[in-house]
Ligand binder design. Sequence first.
Ligand SMILES: *[C@@H]1O[C@H](CO)[C@@H](O)[C@H](O)[C@H]1NC(C)=O
Length: 241
Amino acid sequence: MGFLKVLGLATLLSTTVLAQAPKIRYMPFGDSITEIVCWRGLLQTQLAATGYTNIDFVGSGTQQSEAGCANSNYDRDNEGHSGFLAINIANRNQLVDWLKKNPADVITMHLGTNDIVQQNKKTEDIIAAFSTLVDQMRASNPAMKIIVAQIIPIAFGNYNPAIQTFNKAIPAWAVSKNTTASPIWVVDQFTGFSEITDLRDGVHPNAKGDAKMAAIWAPALSHAFDLMGEKATKREVEFMA
Ligand SMILES: *[C@@H]1O[C@H](CO)[C@@H](O)[C@H](O)[C@H]1NC(C)=O
């Protein structure tokens, strides 16, 4: 009894099963320079073109540049919050909730502009907020891969010296917070970014600026994804009876 059934089952199990690997969850996190921009779409296209198609952009928002983006057909999920200060996000534990709603494996952080421009916050206080945010990321996911930007310049006021002072403090801070389980990489979004030709309104990137930002994020993200066992499209799982 049951021989044919057993044989059938064995045949079924010996068939190679191609299982879709779980998607890597990537959260673009920041202020309006992450929320109302087009670099996220360009970044997605660039990642897909280099084999990283198994990436899920995550976050509670779906905004992009108010003027629209050349290609609007992409996963718009992101955790960019226009006008927000790193210091407030940290002190109010907002990232804790955001990561609870949308857990992530990899996160990029471009923050500090509003701290400097709106409230003239000191570098050391923004850096302290960064430490809190990194601790909160790791509480959510002990293996979180973290990419932190040295932030882009702006075109009004006289804030770029303060932005540069802040940017200069980021690498040593990142080394001090680095761990093997949850590495931090610093990317330089400032150098080579022109406040004259790469911004649409003095604060947010135009098409040229979006392209520059995407091109800086992409290799850092690829590196993080590689560490997690991607190229995502190449992973197959075989079940043999
Ligand atoms: C953190 O450590 C990783 C290796 O685990 C390394 O690739 C990365 O460059 C380090 N980050 C910094 C800021 O030194």
